[in-house]
Design a binder for this molecule. Structure first.
Ligand SMILES: CCCCCCCCCCC/C=C/C(=O)SCCNC(=O)CCNC(=O)[C@H](O)C(C)(C)COP(=O)(O)OP(=O)(O)OC[C@H]1O[C@@H](n2cnc3c(N)ncnc32)[C@H](O)[C@@H]1OP(=O)(O)O
Length: 243
């Protein structure tokens, strides 16, 4: 599946909705057992959540957006398919989250392709289920440091900390993803799927229990004037970067 939402594959409401629909279609297709997730645009895997969905909208929109994000996370994290992320570009914040909920992560070796949950750099806090997903991948201490400092890891460091499973030359990314997929598909589906469910259930249950409260938290947080101001300033900085 190629992510295709120009210019930076931000996770807009439309993109999240389409991702969930496409995942459902693939899961219902008995001929499909695995999925390689990559970007149509080498250089950018995903810029994360779409900042435009969080700026200058009304509370109902914020709630709808956050619910769609939760839905996407729940769908992909619990997918019965083998999901391999072939990360062919920068992957900050929500882009990193999307990689973390796959079963295996391969990052192309390019110093520009950094990955991490950098929310604190924007003055915002990664929600508990982002944090849980990271802790499940790299452990508590490494997550605490990465989250507080908003670290964006270049490939060698991402590998060292365990944020990705493999770093390969850019031209070997797709072929490596296919051989990893073959290895995972050699395991009987039912045993692998039940194991995945068992490993992920506590984290899923944590979000499911708190879902409505989490939406309310997000809506009240993002509606604050101070947060709106910082998001606007951040967007302006991104735009000015070009000039
Ligand atoms: C107490 C607890 C309460 C909890 C409440 C919850 C709080 C909220 C938590 C929310 C968690 C947030 C997660 C996120 O994912 S936020 C998004 C974070 N993403 C980023 O910071 C990435 C920003 N983008 C970049 O760094 C670069 O764009 C990138 C490296 C991805 C690509 O660089 P490049 O130079 O190739 O491209 P440009 O920077 O020139 O960008 C091109 C245009 O795209 C626009 N853009 C970029 N990123 C985004 C985005 N995430 N959303 C929307 N739009 C984006 C950028 O502005 C450019 O637009 P223009 O062409 O119009 O200038």
């Amino acid at each position: 599946m190629k992510l295709k939402n120009p210019p930076v594959n931000s996770l807009s409401l439309e993109m999240l909705t389409e991702l969930v629909i496409n995942l459902e279609k693939l899961e219902n297709d008995k001929a499909v057992r695995g999925l390689v997730l990559t970007s149509e645009y080498p250089g950018i895997f995903s810029a994360g959540l779409d900042l435009m969905e969080m700026c200058g909208r009304n509370p109902a929109h914020y709630a709808e957006y956050w619910k769609a994000l939760q839905e996407f996370w729940l769908k992909l994290y619990q997918s019965s398919l083998v999901v391999v992320a072939a990360i062919n570009g920068a992957s900050p914040a929500g882009g990193c989250l999307m990689s973390l909920i796959c079963d295996y992560r391969i990052l192309a070796d390019n110093p520009k392709y950094t990955i991490g949950l950098n929310e604190t750099l924007l003055g915002i806090v990664a929600p508990f289920w982002f944090k849980d997903t990271m802790v499940n991948t790299i452990g508590h201490r490494a997550s605490e440091r990465a989250l507080q400092l908003g670290l964006l890891f270049p490939p060698a460091e991402a590998l060292q900390v365990g944020l990705v499973d493999q770093v390969v030359p850019e031209d070997k990314l797709q072929s490596t993803a296919l051989s990893v997929m073959a290895q995972w598909l050699a395991i009987p589906d039912h045993a692998r799927q039940l194991t995945k469910t068992m490993m992920r259930k506590p984290t899923v249950d944590h979000l499911v229990k708190q879902r409505d409260a989490d939406i309310q938290n997000f809506v009240s947080f993002v509606s604050r004037d101070s947060i709106q101001k910082s998001l606007q300033m951040y967007l302006q900085k991104l735009r000015q970067k070009k000039s």
